[in-house]
Design a binder for this molecule. Structure first.
Ligand code: OAD
Length: 248
């Protein structure tokens, strides 16, 4: 691992347009469970039953009850960890320009990254399915489910359910920053959900170095990524940032 950390420091030191693609793994140390693997949400719930737009349309109260309400409490309590803060530091150092995140928890913005592309939308806002008005999640009264807008329309998270399109601007911007980055850091994602998982492919084809940070190999390992630093996002980012700061 020491040699790979040193390699990442060398790859990142001259970079000026690095981009991170992040997934649920980066937020685990902030108390937010991942989707897959041990303790993952999809161990407890069938995603097609609970996170598909058709399920929400059929029974919004049920989806609110089992998924959204719990998630609201967990996300409300979450704070950025060393993984998020490390990426914010890379931006301050002039190395990283953008974060593409599949997470809906807002922790990259809280850590200080200024260009965060929310590929799967956000949980910070709810959207009325009738009048399209957006309401901050913190202002939603979830004592009666499903919560409703003043116009009586049902509120839904402004996030992407299975069976829905990626917000077009997020998709377009992600493809753009992936195509012109010099390094892509892929942190805490199993890289099995498309089209997010194709961003490292775009980066690689455009000539970027693709570095994975993950305790486990992923779908990208050994093919798309140049190398995998096997470890937790917070630990690895701390070491990379310390190495880059020491070079200044
Ligand atoms: P997953 O739950 O599929 O994968 C989490 C990844 O984090 C795994 O590869 C773990 O090995 C890794 N991991 C675990 N602990 C870690 C740590 N401390 N530091 C770094 N990595 C760690 O989550 P995503 O890849 O984000 O989509 O899932 C992608 C999408 O699938 C989600 O955005 C969501 C889900 O269905 C929608 O809901 C549309």
């Amino acid at each position: 691992m020491d040699a790979l950390i040193a390699r990442a420091i060398n790859d990142l030191a001259p970079a000026r347009r690095a981009v991170a693609l992040t997934g649920a793994g980066i937020s685990i140390d902030s108390g937010i469970p991942p989707f897959r693997g041990p303790g993952g949400l999809w161990e407890r719930f069938d995603p097609m039953e609970i996170a598909h737009i058709d399920s929400f349309m059929r029974n919004p109260a049920k989806v609110w009850k089992v998924l959204v309400k719990d998630l609201k409490d967990v996300i409300d309590a979450a704070r950025p960890n060393d993984g998020h803060c490390g990426l914010a530091r890379l931006e301050q150092l002039g190395i990283l320009t953008s974060v593409i995140t599949q997470n809906i928890d807002g922790l990259h913005q809280m850590a200080g990254n200024t260009d965060v592309i929310e590929f799967h939308g956000t949980f910070a806002w709810q959207r009325c399915m009738q009048c399209d008005r957006r309401i901050a999640t913190s202002k939603v009264d979830a004592s009666r489910l499903p919560p409703r807008c003043a116009c009586s329309g049902i509120l839904r998270p402004d996030a992407v359910f299975f069976g829905e399109m990626i917000p077009p601007v997020a998709l377009w911007r992600s493809q753009e920053v992936a195509a012109r980055c010099d390094v892509m850091l892929v942190v805490g994602t199993s890289a099995v959900v498309q089209p997010a998982a194709s961003m490292p492919v775009i980066a690689k084809e455009a000539g970027a170095v693709v570095i994975e940070i993950n305790p486990e190999p992923t779908a990208l390992t050994g093919g798309i990524s140049d190398y995998l630093i096997q470890g937790k996002a917070g630990d690895v980012m701390n070491r990379i940032v310390a190495g880059l700061e020491a070079k200044r």
